[in-house]
Design a binder for this molecule. Structure first.
Ligand code: HEM
Ligand code: HEM
Length: 380
């Protein structure tokens, strides 16, 4: 019977312990930042990436554990001590699986259906069924709470676990700690490398496999100027956890009447049906029209009406006017460029000023939204 854990078990124990500590620290920092702090988005993305990595490593560790016998516990340990130790270890494994699973469930049930991109490179799928729940808001909140309490539970258990390890080391002096450490005299240093490599390979291979299975979401690219073929085009670009979230409004009408002799007499009006939005993802399309976002049933139309148009040079105009979304009007100022009889421009708005996405799970989407438009020029 081996006197110590195998090097794979030891490597996974310490690698996972370090990653868990890092995840908790990152979680506390990201939760202390305000919703619109870009650092919060970045940290959440890192938290999810490392959290899923831990999930894969823990699965590998559990597989290793059930296929490899651990060393026998010291004979001096009493029956209840052995029972408590086994119970605590099982509970640690269960929590190490339940926490990242609850995180994964949380992002899958999120009303916004935001995609998870591990390390900015691997598309991670949502769990099935959760994406189809009708009361997602409620479930997302419940899962955030579960994630929080499970993580706190792990923290308490790890403190007890470390206390038990220290008791063995300094009170019982049975040198139990050595079973979980690869010492210099331990014959093969390569064992450590094998263990680490094994864990990382499992994590990467699992991630790549699932990424392949997941559907890549298509991003609607705003068309280039000149593509309008006589139609108006309105697109938007937001940032969802640092990734671009773009969409186009199928039903948009813009009229730009230009009076070159007297630019002040020019006018720009626009009407966009918010329900006609298309982001390339049916779930997101279904979400942005709900009451928290555009509330398209109550406020079907977003409009713009220019008040002042000033010429900056032959082809550039500065437009000042009122943008109305959800019946809230705000003054906006932007530049408009005319080329080949097509007028185009873009403006940056703060969606929260129009009460768009101000309740619930909106913290994943940055408040700044860029609206781009183009339309054929109409001469009076
Ligand atoms: C997030 C932190 C940690 C977690 C989740 C964790 C989890 C575990 C689990 C599940 C086992 C049982 C292994 C098995 O038999 O399958 C174990 C064993 C062990 N852990 Fe940890 N551990 C953590 C941190 C630590 C720390 C900081 C220490 C040292 C101060 C430590 C010392 C040990 C020792 C000595 C054993 C071997 C016990 C034995 O020989 O039976 N662990 N740990
Ligand atoms: C074992 C791995 C993980 C640990 C230890 C962990 C731990 C934590 C902790 C301590 C928090 C702060 C909760 C609070 O105190 O309010 C948190 C928040 C969060 N975690 Fe995890 N997490 C893990 C894995 C994951 C995974 C895999 C995901 C998603 C794929 C995830 C997504 C999140 C999100 C989105 C939040 C923010 C929730 C909110 O307050 O809105 N976590 N995590």
């Amino acid at each position: 019977m081996a006197k110590r854990y195998s090097s794979v078990a030891i490597s996974l124990h310490w690698l996972i312990a370090v990653l868990l500590a890092g995840l908790v620290v990152v979680a506390k920092v990201m939760n202390s930042l305000s919703d619109d702090d870009p650092l919060r988005f970045t940290l959440i993305q890192w938290h999810k990436s490392f959290g899923i990595m831990v999930l894969l490593l823990v699965v590998a560790r559990v597989v290793w554990r059930v296929t490899h016998r651990p060393p026998k516990l010291p004979a001096a340990m009493k029956g209840w001590e052995k029972l408590a130790s086994a119970g605590a270890h099982v509970a640690l494994y269960l929590l190490m699986l339940a926490i990242p699973l609850s995180g994964w469930m949380m992002v899958s049930a999120s009303p916004l259906n935001l995609k998870t991109e591990l390390f900015g490179a691997i598309s991670w799928p949502h769990l099935p069924y959760l994406t189809t729940l009708t009361d997602k808001q409620l479930w997302a909140e419940r899962l955030v709470m579960s994630h929080h309490w499970l993580a706190n539970g792990l923290l308490v258990l790890v403190i007890l676990h470390v206390a038990a390890a220290l008791r063995h080391q300094f009170v019982l002096k049975d040198n139990l700690m050595a079973r979980m450490v690869i010492s210099a005299e331990h014959k093969s240093r390569n064992d450590l490398n094998h263990g680490l490599l094994f864990g990382v390979i499992i994590a990467v291979a699992g991630g790549l496999y699932l990424a392949e299975q997941s559907q890549q979401q298509s991003i609607v690219e705003p068309a280039a100027v000149g593509d309008t073929a006589g139609r108006s085009r309105v697109t938007f670009e937001a940032s969802q956890l640092g990734d671009p979230l773009t969409g186009v409004f199928a039903d948009a009408a813009i009229t730009f009447r230009i009076d070159t002799a007297s630019p002040g007499a020019s006018s720009l009006t626009a009407s966009v049906l918010t329900g006609s939005v298309s982001t390339g993802d049916g779930q997101i399309d279904a979400t942005v029209v709900t009451a928290d976002w555009f509330a398209s049933t109550e406020f079907p139309e977003a409009v713009f009406q220019s008040r002042i148009i000033e010429s900056i040079d032959d082809s550039t105009f500065q437009v000042t006017g009122d943008l109305t979304i959800r019946d809230i009007s705000r003054e906006v100022v932007f530049n408009l460029v005319v080329a080949d009889n097509v007028a185009s421009g873009n403006l940056l708005i703060d969606r929260t000023q129009f009460n768009v996405g101000v309740g619930g799970q909106d913290e994943f989407v940055a408040p700044e939204v860029k609206i781009s438009f183009q339309t054929p020029v109409v001469s009076p």
